[in-house]
Design a protein around this ligand. Structure first.
Ligand code: S3P
Length: 171
């Protein structure tokens, strides 16, 4: 299938946006664009450094700037888990193409990230509590996506096939 417009993956930390996104881009033979990587490239700094020295609000401002500067093309875009929290990001996400929410349960998502250390928002006394609270507050926001794909207990390849089938119906 030929991709007419972009696919934008949103979802919480651990949802698999990067691993699924890379495979999806290969499947459609289009570029893969990661907003976190793009932000770090533009800022010339790691996200964890930006959080530590300038705080989350400064990171969010850079995230919106990065999103607004992206070229609109048939590509697969993976986004940072919190990109959905700023209302002004939604039209910017939707202008890139079909927005797909990669959904997962708190247990499965936490299991995927618990051994990783690069996520500044989880550097708290009780990362598990922080994770669940944040997930709860964001769940309603992810529902603004054009479609939702469940990821629990599924490998990236089968998630890719679900997205391909759903996008074929939509685009
Ligand atoms: C964030 C998620 C991260 C990154 C930043 C903030 C969040 O991306 O953008 O650390 O607010 O959930 P991933 O979802 O790729 O981990």
């Amino acid at each position: 299938m030929h991709l007419k417009q972009g696919i934008v993956l949103v979802g919480f930390m651990g949802a698999g946006k990067s691993s699924v996104g890379q495979r999806l881009a290969e499947r459609f033979s289009v570029p893969f664009v990661d907003t976190d990587a793009e932000l770090e490239r533009r800022a010339g700094r790691k996200i964890s450094e930006i959080f530590t020295s300038d705080g989350e609000a400064a990171f969010r401002a850079l995230e919106t700037e990065t999103l607004a500067a992206l070229e609109i093309k048939p590509a697969v875009y993976a986004t940072g888990g919190g990109i959905v929290t700023r209302p002004e990001n939604w039209p910017l996400l939707k202008r890139l193409g079909t927005v797909v929410h990669l959904h997962g349960s708190a247990e499965v998502l936490f299991d995927r990230v618990k051994h990783e250390t690069h996520r500044p928002l989880l550097r708290t006394e009780n990362p598990r509590d922080t994770f669940e609270t944040l997930l709860r507050t964001r769940e309603a926001l992810y529902r603004q996506a054009d479609l939702t794909v469940d990821t629990d207990g599924r490998i990236p390849e089968t998630i890719v096939e679900s997205i391909v089938a759903a996008v074929a119906r939509l685009q």
